[in-house]
Design a protein around this ligand. Structure first.
Ligand SMILES: NC(=O)CC[C@H](N)C(=O)O
Length: 227
């Protein structure tokens, strides 16, 4: 399975993702520049964490105008999986591929620590290897992780079962303790915690592995043959 890992000026987690995909999961991963190029030959796209364009204006607000985002929007329409992690989540909301936005943490401080999450929906192509309601641990590292959406959108997220992960203890003020959501179509996931930083015992948790495993199992079991 071929994963594209997008890279923007200021990304800083692309090599962690590449390591997780290639060395840990044994799959093919390739960095793809923000400058553009076709994503057709990939089975999945990962958008890494970091500080694209220095987080000027808002995290992800400038990156969303990069040429690769036009390709990403086309890719999303094919139904293939896309995951945005931390700054990647911010880019997905700015690009309109996920609802809501990420505000400054309620403490106005950058928070970097492991957090406990509850799996709210294990029926997605990203979470099928977890148990429903399971508590897992992944690290967070962000200044703008405070997920916000209006009441109508929140109701829609709940009704459509789009909330994938919630914080067991809310660290940043996110509405409804939301840590990660999927798109209505189900093939786009945005999450603030970093699964790629929890793929080896040495890192303190291996709970991130099953997220990538879920994607691999789902793509393979659908028997989708990509270009
Ligand atoms: N780890 C990250 O991706 C950081 C996200 C973002 N730039 C923030 O501080 O909110």
């Amino acid at each position: 399975m071929r994963f594209a890992i997008l890279s923007f000026p200021g990304s800083n987690c692309e090599y962690d993702l590449l390591h997780a995909i290639t060395d840990v999961m044994g799959e093919t991963g390739e960095l793809v520049s923000y400058k553009g190029g076709s994503l057709n030959e990939f089975d999945a796209v990962l958008i890494p964490g970091g500080f694209s364009y220095g987080d000027y204006l808002r995290g992800g607000a400038i990156a969303r105008f990069s040429p690769i985002i036009t390709e990403l929007i086309k890719f999303a329409r094919t139904g293939k999986p896309i995951v945005g992690i931390c700054n990647g989540f911010q880019i997905l909301t700015e690009a309109g591929l996920l609802p809501g936005t990420l505000l400054t943490n309620k403490t106005a401080k950058f928070i970097c620590k492991p957090v406990k999450l509850q799996v709210q929906n294990n029926q997605t192509m990203f979470t099928s290897e977890y148990q429903f309601g399971e508590e897992i641990e992944l690290p967070i590292a962000h200044g703008e992780g405070n997920y916000f959406c209006d009441a109508t959108t929140l109701k829609e997220l709940e009704e459509n079962n789009q909330i994938a992960f919630k914080y067991a203890e809310n660290p940043n003020g996110s509405v409804d303790d939301i840590a990660g959501i999927v798109s209505k179509s189900g093939n786009v996931l945005g999450m603030m915690p970093h699964p790629e930083r929890a793929v080896e015992e040495l890192l303190g948790s291996t709970d991130g592995i099953r997220l990538f495993k879920s994607m691999i199992e789902n793509v393979m079991s659908r028997g989708i043959v990509y270009d």
